[in-house]
Ligand binder design. Structure first.
Ligand SMILES: Nc1ncnc2c1ncn2[C@@H]1O[C@H](COP(=O)(O)OP(=O)(O)OP(=O)(O)O)[C@@H](O)[C@H]1O
Ligand SMILES: [Mg+2]
Length: 489
């Protein structure tokens, strides 16, 4: 089977196409596998609902939630004396999702052998975060021969599924995906003419999602509880978890009702706290503003050159009534729809996995950032200066690449090593620290013995269609030179 997997902040899901329809490979009635990791020495590793169930009986400090939001810092997590890297945790979540998918496929008499996988990533994650997801997904497959056949931005995956039944050549849609940890936006155009492809015109992301809405309610409940009982809750993780669970339940209820009664129990002391939809909306108004501003930025950048008359809202958090109400009010010229909020992304991933079997369909995406290397000018003089030479420019359609000649700084060097940077600029050259930039790794060109420093090494840097950097190099005679690109761990 060709499978699509959406690794989410809150839930991870897998799906395949079966009889031309997407099918979630998860137990019936279950939203997805909670992206939760747990470890203790007696239990070992537990993932998903099992992890949550076990953690409730013991200290939740052994439980890691929202790991996707921790990839930027990429700090290890220690549980019961054992250290786990983010990448190990992500890989365990992928493994659990794939294992369940295979079991369900086998039990339903379907082909359970995975032949390829499409994964989804947030619209504007940096290279290092995407790299962790990509490599963790690949390692969870456990077999180097099983390819990752596509990497889609989450809102783009939802767009593919939407276009399936609503396709018109040249039609644009704006997707707003508010999940558990990210608010992702993409403007996508469908081309169903002689060659079917989808063009990702633009995308945006804010690092906010349902978890931030939860925190706002939890903060309110904690204050109310302390006011009502005079008991300070302090910062006990077990109590905080209980309040957070009450907050999430209230939030879900408020998607269908205009009030919720939250029951907060601490040390046998039960208190019922009322929360109205209006109060909830007021508490979370700044978050909604932030999400809608990102949507407006994309809309405003393109409204003069493309017809945007449809906004589709996906992601579990689009169930909140404030989302559709506000977007419809802000964009009166658009038809605003909430579209399979929990499933659109993974449905799109499954659909793309199926389409990619025959390699007939492409999604043309763009580089989120520029990628370049640090070069030194006027080395050894008082004018010595370090600059970034960008070789893949932000917003270029993928695959994007360029070729440049570089020379070793001395005779007989064994290799040339370049620090590689991701920068948020569209300029080919920039000074260090002139723009936001992140060092992402080191690029190495292995030189033949006795290479003089006057030798031009033709170097090509490519950001491929999956957003992965590749490097190739040649000596002046056109012989291929050994290269490597090592990402910072
Ligand atoms: N009925 C509902 N009402 C309000 N919020 C909901 C509802 N159903 C789900 N959510 C919220 O949606 C969020 C999960 O959405 P989703 O599964 O799309 O996120 P994710 O894919 O895990 O995260 P991300 O895409 O940001 O990495 C959670 O915060 C959850 O509380
Ligand atoms: Mg999501």
């Amino acid at each position: 089977m060709y499978i699509g997997v959406d690794f989410g902040t809150a839930y991870s899901q897998a799906a395949v196409m079966e009889f031309s329809q997407p099918l979630i490979l998860q137990e019936k009635g279950v939203y997805g596998t909670p992206s939760v990791f747990y470890y203790d020495q007696d239990t070992g590793i537990a993932i998903g609902q099992e992890a949550i169930d076990i953690a409730q009986g013991s200290l939740s400090v052994n439980m890691k939630t929202d790991v996707k939001m921790a990839l930027q810092e990429n700090k290890p997590f220690t549980a019961d004396g054992k250290e786990f890297s983010c990448s190990e945790i992500v890989s365990e979540i992928f493994k659990a999702v794939l294992l369940e998918a295979k079991e369900i496929a086998a039990n339903s008499g379907m082909d359970d052998e995975i032949k390829g996988m499409v994964i989804t990533v947030p619209a504007k994650f940096g290279y290092l975060e995407r790299d962790i997801i990509f490599k963790s997904a690949a390692s969870a497959l456990g077999d180097e021969k099983i390819p990752i056949t596509g990497v889609l931005k989450e809102p783009v995956a939802a767009a593919l599924h939407y276009f399936r039944t609503n396709v018109e050549d040249g039609k644009h849609i704006l997707v707003f995906d508010l999940g558990g940890g990210t608010c992702d936006i993409a403007l996508v155009r469908a081309n169903s003419g002689s060659r079917e492809f989808y063009d990702v015109i633009d995308s945006e992301m804010e690092r906010i999602g349902g978890r931030n809405w939860d925190e706002k309610i939890a903060e309110y409940l904690k204050n109310e509880y302390e006011k009502m009982t005079g008991i300070a809750i302090g910062s006990n993780p077990a109590y905080e978890r209980k309040i957070l669970d009450a907050a999430i339940r209230a939030k879900h209820r408020l998607s269908r009702n205009d009030k919720a009664l939250c029951s907060v129990e601490i040390n046998g002391n039960v208190n019922k706290i009322h929360l109205s939809l209006q109060q909830f909306n007021d508490l979370t108004a700044p978050l909604l503003d932030q999400a809608v501003s990102a949507l407006k930025r994309v809309y405003n950048r393109h409204v003069s050159d493309c017809e945007i008359d449809e906004i589709i809202c996906v992601g579990g958090s689009s169930n909140m009534t404030q989302i559709k109400e506000r977007i419809a009010a802000e964009f009166p010229l658009c038809n605003v729809r909430v579209y399979y909020p929990e499933y659109a992304v993974v449905y799109g991933a499954a659909l793309y996995a199926d389409m990619r079997k025959g390699k007939v369909v492409d999604v043309i995406d763009r580089a989120n950032f520029s990628y370049g290397i640090q070069v030194v000018k006027h080395k050894g003089t008082e004018n010595e200066k370090y600059k970034i030479q960008n070789m893949v420019i932000k917003d270029s359609a993928l695959p994007a690449s360029s070729v440049r000649n570089y020379r070793p700084t001395e005779d007989n060097m064994a290799f040339i090593a370049f620090r590689t940077y991701e920068t948020d600029t569209v300029y080919e050259r920039c000074d260090m620290d002139e723009f936001p930039m992140t060092k992402i790794g080191e690029l190495k060109l292995k030189l033949p013995p006795n290479t003089p420093k006057t030798t031009d090494i033709r170097t090509q840097l490519t950001l491929n269609e999956n957003g992965v950097l590749e490097v190739k190099a040649w000596d002046p005679e056109g012989n291929v030179i050994q290269t490597e690109f090592n990402v910072i761990q």
